[in-house]
Design a protein around this ligand. Structure first.
Ligand SMILES: [Zn+2]
Length: 258
C-alpha cells in the first residue's frame, strides 16, 4: 500500500515561521512545536506530513533579529503553489496545520480563495486553539505566563527539542503586556502587537517544564488526530465543492446559439 492510500488521500502541511521567540526559545519554535504535534498525531491517525514550511506572515517582528519576513504576495503564492503541488502529487485533501498565530489570517484567506476556480482537491485548515480543554498537567502554572514565547510554548519546545529551550533566560527581557494603544474593541491596526509586546515576547517562560510540554503536546496531538480522522471521513465537503464548481462553470459557459 502506498503512503497516499494509507493516508486516504490526506496530506498535512505544518506551518510555522522564523521569528525571535523571546529570550528562551529557538527562532523556529512554532515550526518545531507544530511538526512535533503533527508527527504524534500521525502516529495515531496516519497522514502524510510535508517538509518544513516557514514562508509565513511575520511583519510585526521585523524590528527583531532572527525574523525572516517574506513579502505578502510571495507568502500567498508560495502557499498556493505548495498546496497545488501537493494536490498534483495526489493529495485530494490538503490539511494546513497552523502553528503560528501571525499566520491565521493568511491561512484562512488562502482557504477562502480555494473557491475562486474549479479544482479537484479540497483544503482544510487546523487553526489550533486546543487550549480550552487541556488536561491539568498541561495548564499554566499561573495567570499571565502564557503567550508568545511564554511558559506554554517553551514547555512544548522542552518536550519536542529539549536542548533548544532556555527557560533560565526568561527574565532577561520583559514579556509583560505594555498596553500602549488606547482604541475601542473592534478597531484593528497593525502596530497593536508592538504596542503590547515590543520585545516580541509575551508572558513569562521561567516556569516552563518538559512535563507540561509533554502533557500539552500529547493532548493537542490527540485532538489533531481526531481532526484528521474527521477530515478523512468527510464526504460532504468534497461533494458540495464539486457541485459548487459545476454550477459556477455552467454559469460562466456561454450558451450555444439555438
Ligand atoms: Zn509565532
Amino acid at each position: 500500500m502506498t503512503a497516499l492510500e494509507a493516508s486516504e488521500g490526506t496530506c498535512a502541511l505544518p506551518l510555522g515561521v522564523i521569528e525571535k521567540h523571546g529570550p528562551s526559545g529557538p527562532i523556529g519554535t512554532d515550526l518545531i512545536n507544530i511538526r512535533y504535534i503533527t508527527a504524534l498525531a500521525a502516529a495515531e491517525e496516519y497522514t502524510v506530513i510535508f517538509p518544513e514550511y516557514y514562508v509565513g506572515q511575520i511583519t510585526e517582528a521585523i524590528h527583531q533579529p532572527g525574523t525572516i519576513a517574506y513579502s505578502p504576495r510571495l507568502q500567498l503564492d508560495m502557499l498556493q503553489e505548495t498546496v497545488s503541488e501537493m494536490a498534483r502529487n495526489g493529495c485530494c485533501k490538503v490539511i494546513l496545520v497552523n502553528g503560528h498565530g501571525g499566520n491565521n489570517n493568511l491561512v484562512q484567506y488562502l482557504v477562502q480563495t480555494q473557491l475562486a476556480s474549479p479544482r479537484d482537491y479540497i483544503v482544510y485548515a487546523i487553526m489550533g486553539g486546543y487550549g480550552a480543554d487541556l488536561p491539568e498537567a498541561a495548564r499554566a502554572s499561573g495567570p499571565g505566563v502564557d503567550g508568545h514565547a511564554g511558559e506554554g510554548e517553551i514547555s512544548n519546545v522542552m518536550a519536542s527539542r529539549p536542548g533548544l529551550a532556555h527557560p533560565e533566560r526568561a527574565a532577561t527581557e520583559s514579556g509583560a503586556d505594555q498596553a500602549r494603544l488606547d482604541l475601542p474593541d473592534g478597531v484593528y491596526t497593525a502596530i497593536w502587537w508592538y504596542a503590547s509586546f515590543p520585545n516580541h515576547y509575551g508572558g513569562n517562560a521561567a516556569g516552563a517544564t518538559a512535563a507540561r510540554g509533554e502533557a500539552a503536546t500529547r493532548a493537542m496531538a490527540r485532538r489533531l488526530a481526531e481532526d484528521i480522522r474527521a477530515i478523512k471521513q468527510d464526504e460532504v465537503g468534497p461533494r458540495l465543492q464539486r457541485g459548487f464548481f459545476d454550477r459556477m462553470v455552467r454559469l460562466n459557459t456561454p450558451r450555444e446559439p439555438t
